[in-house]
Write a protein that binds this ligand. Structure first.
Ligand code: ZN
Length: 196
């Protein structure tokens, strides 16, 4: 029975909005390890303003004709860092909290009611600011439905991949127990053995 429930939980699809948000957070890939013979070396998908424009267009957040400026890139990278700081498994320290909230305050959102009587939170800007505001709105909606608390950066320092924790108790710490979880535990075991 437990196995069956786990199997059902395992196949629950992550909401599309949340996948978009995770894709944005994982444009910074900090992975640096080897898994099953494959090297993960990471990189940044948003190295230039043009790359930011392409990414936003590919994800239906910005028209292809838009040309983000270098200041837009700085703001996008800041937003990414701010949101990544909020999905760490160990909470947000005070100094990071102040900076994160300063970054988030730059994104205008407004509430509206749809014909079905549901309250919606939408971006209140256009262009790149509008596109980034939509990502902030997704994060706020995700917090309201509880899914934000299931987003977290992998606790392995050489990974930090942002994943959706679909474990039953919502206490998952690694993007993959069979790789990052075991690698971290093996390293800790070896460290303890070396000191004793
Ligand atoms: Zn990981």
């Amino acid at each position: 029975m437990v196995t069956l429930v786990s199997a059902i939980v395992g196949v629950v699809e992550t909401p599309a909005d949340l996948v978009l948000l995770m894709d944005f957070l994982n444009t910074l890939d900090q992975r640096a390890f080897r898994r099953r013979g494959v090297d993960f070396t990471g990189g940044d998908e948003l190295p230039t303003a043009a790359a930011l424009g392409r990414w936003l267009t590919e994800h239906d957040l910005l028209p292809a004709s838009a040309r983000p400026a270098s200041a837009d890139l700085v703001r996008a990278v800041d937003l990414r860092s701010a949101l990544r700081a909020a999905v760490t498994p160990d909470g947000v320290p005070d100094d990071a909290l102040r900076w994160t909230n300063t970054v988030l305050a730059a994104y205008p959102l407004h509430a509206s009611v749809d014909p079905g009587g549901r309250i919606r939170l939408e971006s209140a800007a256009s262009g790149v600011t509008g596109a980034l505001s939509r990502l902030v709105a997704i994060a706020v909606r995700a917090d309201a439905d509880g899914s934000w608390r299931r987003l977290r950066a992998c606790a392995a320092p050489e990974c930090r991949w942002v994943f959706y924790d679909d474990s039953r108790n919502g206490a998952g710490r690694w993007c993959s127990m069979s790789s990052c979880g075991n690698r971290v535990k093996t390293a800790r075991y070896r460290a303890r053995k070396a000191t004793s």
